[in-house]
Design a protein around this ligand. Structure first.
Ligand SMILES: [Zn+2]
Ligand SMILES: [Zn+2]
Length: 271
């Protein structure tokens, strides 16, 4: 998506023109996917299935995405994360209805650093998983606080329905008015890309600018219809068809599970 379009939306937000207008055409939403909920703010439960070296990064991601106060944030941020004990365990990272399971393992030399997967019914997210690949995070190139935090914050951000602000690893970081880069901006040096910035919070406000009211899906509904939940979903062969490309390579896939249900996968590849 173009920089011009982002700037347009930023201008619209700055002018406070369209915020209350409901599901506006978001600039880095992930195809409009969002959690169904009766009102804002709402809680996203993050299941901690991580080894202890990863746990602080999930705790930080949960608090980063829940921020409402302070300069260059957005008091209308609808997200409140609750990190709780994992409901899955193991490398398979089996999804749990109504929440996001977060897992790490040595998933092998499959090319990906991290993946975020959401199961959707129509546009509504019903469950999600985040996996980070220790096969790469155990190497000196990626075994740094900046890389771990960048990937964890980004993958958790995808499970709310956010896409990337930018997919060029080699351009300057997209900064907010406080000089903060974004975890949703690809960067070869992620030291200023470890957290969301104002544009991400503003985008969440747009995505969640409507209420699902009485039609909200009750927690516990599952979109794993048409899929064996015990299936391994960490290989590209299980992700379905590519629907978005970055740097000449697919980075988003969708698999039709039938009945209006889909498995959507967002991947960040090693460089
Ligand atoms: Zn909705
Ligand atoms: Zn991503």
């Amino acid at each position: 998506m173009s920089r011009m379009f982002r700037l347009f939306t930023f201008a619209a937000i700055s002018g406070a023109l369209f915020i209350a207008a409901g599901p506006a055409s978001a600039t880095h939403s992930w195809s409009g996917y969002h959690w169904s909920r009766p009102s804002n703010p709402f809680t996203v439960t993050l299941g901690n299935n991580l080894t202890s070296n990863w746990t602080p990064y999930l705790t930080t991601a949960g608090s980063d995405w829940s921020i409402t106060s302070g300069a260059c944030n957005n008091p209308q941020n609808p997200i409140r994360c609750s990190v709780t004990s994992g409901g899955s365990g193991g490398r398979k990272c089996r999804p749990t209805a109504g929440r996001v399971e977060v897992c790490n393992s040595t998933y092998g030399n499959n090319g990906w650093l991290g993946i975020a997967q959401i199961w959707v019914t129509g546009l509504h997210i019903t469950q999600g998983t985040v996996k980070v690949n220790d096969t790469y995070f155990n190497t000196p190139q990626y075994n740094t606080p900046a890389w771990r935090s960048f990937v964890m914050d980004q993958e958790v951000g995808h499970t709310f329905g956010l896409a990337h602000q930018d997919e060029n690893f080699n351009n300057p970081d997209l900064l907010d008015a406080c000089g903060r880069g974004s975890c949703m901006d690809y960067s070869a040096d992620p030291s200023n890309n470890t957290k969301p910035n104002q544009h991400d919070y503003d985008e969440l406000v747009i995505i969640y600018g409507h209420s699902d009211g009485a039609a909200a899906i009750a927690p516990g509904a599952s979109a794993s219809v048409g899929q064996n939940v015990d299936e391994d979903t960490d290989n590209e062969s299980s992700w379905g068809r590519p629907v978005d490309f970055a740097n000449g390579r697919p980075d988003v896939y969708e698999r039709d599970l039938g009945g209006g249900n889909k498995l959507v996968t967002h991947v960040i590849w090693v460089q």
